[in-house]
Ligand binder design. Structure first.
Ligand SMILES: Cc1cc2nc3c(=O)[nH]c(=O)nc-3n(C[C@H](O)[C@H](O)[C@H](O)COP(=O)(O)O)c2cc1C
Length: 184
């Protein structure tokens, strides 16, 4: 049997009750025949500082190693002021450095976003897609997962109970697996 495709999930919110982290955890809890979804902790990363590039902080090295060992990436981002959250951008910037030694290069990637409003974080998602160009990542085009009114999709224990959203998340992971195999 083939080795499972390792997908590394990164949530763009550090909030304990973050809806986006719950969305990522829902993906982690789903069963896939040939894939497993994990999660990187970006809460311990310092603010990006180029002075530290020659001797990367341990938390940055750890993140870069996790990315390198993964077959694909899954970003789950909220929208902050029409873009991605600062903590996610910080993680992206750290792992892209030093110049020429980015951990992101060539990685297949899928993006989920959400918001407590009607547009599902779409504006943040398009900013993130723009970043994928310079990072030389390979974003999955479809399905698009943009979850509007994300606060209504979970039960009190934080489980993703909205069936339509569950189906979309599952469809996205399955499509990411196909995409990843195609690129190998
Ligand atoms: C600094 C900040 C900026 C925000 N900007 C937007 C925005 O531009 N568009 C939007 O739909 N929601 C915006 N929101 C609301 C978020 O969608 C909401 O806080 C969401 O719950 C954040 O995700 P989380 O639950 O994973 O932390 C903003 C929230 C914060 C804290």
């Amino acid at each position: 049997m083939d080795k499972k495709i390792k997908i590394l999930g990164i949530s763009g919110s550090l909030r304990k009750e973050s809806f986006h982290t719950k969305l990522l955890k829902a993906a982690m809890g789903m069963q896939f025949e040939d894939a497993e979804v994990g999660m990187a902790d970006i809460s311990q990363l310092p603010l990006y500082n180029q002075d530290w590039e020659a001797n990367l902080p341990a938390s940055v090295k750890e993140l870069k190693d996790k990315i390198t060992m993964s077959d694909a990436i899954l970003f789950v981002t909220p929208e902050y002021n029409y873009s991605v959250s600062g903590v996610l951008k910080n993680a992206i910037d750290w792992a892209s450095r030093p110049y020429g030694k980015s951990a992101w290069s060539g990685k297949p990637v899928a993006i989920m976003s959400g918001s407590v409003g009607m547009l599902g974080g779409s504006r943040a998602q398009y900013h993130l897609r723009q970043m994928m160009i310079f990072l030389d990542m390979h974003p999955l085009n479809k399905p698009e997962v943009m979850v509007p009114m994300i606060q209504d999709k979970f039960d009190e224990s934080g489980n993703l109970t909205d069936e339509a959203t569950r189906a979309k998340v599952k469809e996205m992971i399955e499509a990411l697996v196909v995409w990843t195999k195609k690129l190998k």
